[in-house]
Design a protein around this ligand. Structure first.
Ligand SMILES: *Cc1c(COP(=O)(O)O)cnc(C)c1O
Length: 239
């Protein structure tokens, strides 16, 4: 994580509540600096590898949206946590579709037709209608996702299958080249325009400023909020 993000969160001198407030202030300032209304960007807390107590504390401190990459981890960690919207941001394995629909309100990572169909089928059966996003691939360092040019056709197929597709999610390239990050985010923003919906989920701890400048409506922050992730100990799934 870079020192200019989260202003001192790497040292973590203050409490989780202070960090959430700090991050909210920085998000708002960045929105205003690019002429956007701060209320147009939603903050999601990415809780992977973080202890449940911190998640509970963050939700009590007013964090209304939390996200996990791993079904197994969410199952124990999110049990009994009410009052927060839960987002799935990991790779959708079709044999986990039922657990995903049971555990999460939003599935951000629909990256292929099999995954979409599995989520649609299980949702119908369970009488649930999770919001979903098309995961678009904008990075040579990212394994999953639909090519930006194919996102619109893909979203149409998903909607025909009955999914509530509300926009696009993407993971930025892992690079320090800020212009490459902006170019990638612009490609995601163009895909979002064609897909439609209300949500462009772009931006993590190292690149949320560029994401906001490129129109993100949802930033997914882990380390900037919770501090460095402790190493995953046992039972970790392959993403
Ligand atoms: C881990 C993760 C995040 C958060 O990453 P940080 O760099 O800790 O903010 C956001 N989105 C996805 C899909 C992730 O896997």
């Amino acid at each position: 994580m870079k020192a200019d993000v989260g202003a001192g969160t790497a040292e973590a001198p203050h409490s989780l509540m202070d960090r959430i407030a700090d991050v909210r202030e920085q998000l708002a300032a960045t929105c205003r600096s690019v002429g956007r209304d701060p209320s147009s960007v939603r903050l999601i807390g990415v809780t992977k590898a973080q202890p449940r107590d911190d998640v509970v504390a963050a939700v009590e401190a007013g964090l209304g949206d939390i996200a996990e990459n791993y079904v197994q981890e969410a199952r124990s960690k999110y049990a009994g946590i009410a009052g927060a919207r839960k987002h799935f941001i990991g790779h959708v394995q079709t044999n986990k579709a039922k657990a995903i629909v049971e555990l999460f309100d939003v599935v951000q990572s629909i990256d292929r037709i099999d995954a979409g169909r599995a989520i649609a089928r299980v949702s119908r059966r369970l009488g649930r209608s999770p919001k979903t996003l098309v995961q678009v691939n904008i990075s040579p360092t990212e394994r999953y996702g639909i090519a930006p040019d194919e996102a619109h056709g893909f979203a149409t197929q998903l909607r025909d299958d009955g999914l509530d597709v509300d926009g696009v999610m993407a993971i930025g390239p892992v690079t320090q080249d800020r212009r490459a990050i902006v170019a990638a985010f612009q490609a995601a923003a163009r895909a979002f325009e064609r897909v439609g919906g209300t949500t462009l989920s772009l931006g993590m701890s190292d690149d949320w400023r560029e994401a906001i400048a490129c129109g993100s409506t949802m930033v997914r922050l882990g380390t900037a909020l919770f501090g460095a992730r402790p190493p995953i100990s046992g039972g970790g799934e392959v993403p």
